[in-house]
Design a protein. Structure first.
Length: 292
């Protein structure tokens, strides 16, 4: 599941930016805006700090129910954390160590790593095998566990998360990204308009088609096409889903109820070649927009 994040509405609504070149004290820096910077976690303690941020958002804010050991530790963690890279947004203006400065995170899993360790997390909800088989010549990356602390749900933070994702994808030669995005609650019918819009107007077709596992499949086709008002559907869309739409993503067939996280999940598929040109230009074809 993923927390709902805002994507930039336009390439000009960004505010003042202070860019800094990487130095020996910012090794691995992927981007910076003012006091905020994005990079990968470097230590186990930083990963654990990111897991505490996830606990704050997913459990304390959104009502997720994790396994007892995770609840006791007050960290959202699972076996995938050990094989993923953890993208961080850090506010250097916060007093303390880097572990105290983490305000946002994304979990990144490359296909070559996933295949050596039992597969992708999304495969527990969606039948992604045929998708991967059809694109055996492409490199996939799974995005997951995205969250931002409430006080930092701003355009600047989200721009840095996507700066990090884009820079990482370019570095590793990624051809397509995918992952779960979430609607709040476990009643898909409460999101009939938005889900029907995705089904009729943004469903993955042909080589990019993918479906929820049959045992978990919840229909997204709740309203006929003529009853779906696009403007209203977009207005009630979770910001993360709307952001993926703007980038050029398509969505899988069928939603999945995730009772543990109290969400209704859809699968997002974002081929790099399909990313809207204005976003490629905005972040830079070389991910240089916010990097030194």
């Amino acid at each position: 599941m993923s927390i709902e994040l805002l994507m930039p509405e336009t390439a000009t609504e960004t505010g003042e930016r202070v860019l800094a070149k990487a130095s020996s004290t910012t090794e691995g820096l992927l981007g910076r805006i003012g006091s905020l910077e994005t990079r990968l976690a470097r230590t186990t303690s930083e990963v654990e700090a990111a897991q505490r941020v996830r606990f704050t958002v997913f459990v304390e804010e959104m009502g997720a129910q994790l396994p007892p050991e995770a609840m006791q530790a007050r960290r959202d963690y699972d076996a995938y954390d050990a094989i993923c890279d953890h993208l961080l947004v850090i506010d250097s203006a916060i007093d303390g160590d880097p572990e105290d400065q983490i305000v946002g995170t994304y979990r990144l899993l490359r296909q070559d790593v996933a295949e050596r360790h039992g597969g992708f997390y999304s495969a527990h909800e969606f039948d992604i095998g045929p998708l991967l088989t059809r694109h055996a010549d492409k490199r996939f990356m799974e995005l997951g566990r995205s969250c931002v602390l409430p006080d930092y749900r701003t355009r600047r933070t989200v721009e840095l998360l996507w700066q990090g994702n884009w820079a990482y994808a370019l570095k590793h030669g990624i051809d397509a990204m995918f992952g779960c995005a979430s609607f709040p609650g476990i009643q898909p019918e409460a999101h009939a308009l938005a889900l029907s819009f995705l089904h009729h107007h943004a469903g993955g077709k042909g080589e990019w088609a993918v479906s929820a596992l049959p045992s978990l499949h919840c229909s997204m086709d709740m309203m006929p096409p003529e009853a779906v008002d696009a403007r209203r559907a977009l207005a009630v869309m979770p910001p993360l889903v709307k952001g993926y739409l703007r980038l050029g993503a398509v969505f899988g067939e069928g939603a999945v109820i995730d009772r543990a996280f109290n969400t209704t999940d859809v699968l997002v598929v974002l081929p790099i070649a399909a990313i809207s040109g204005r976003y490629v230009n905005y972040y830079g074809a070389d991910a240089g927009r916010f990097a030194g």
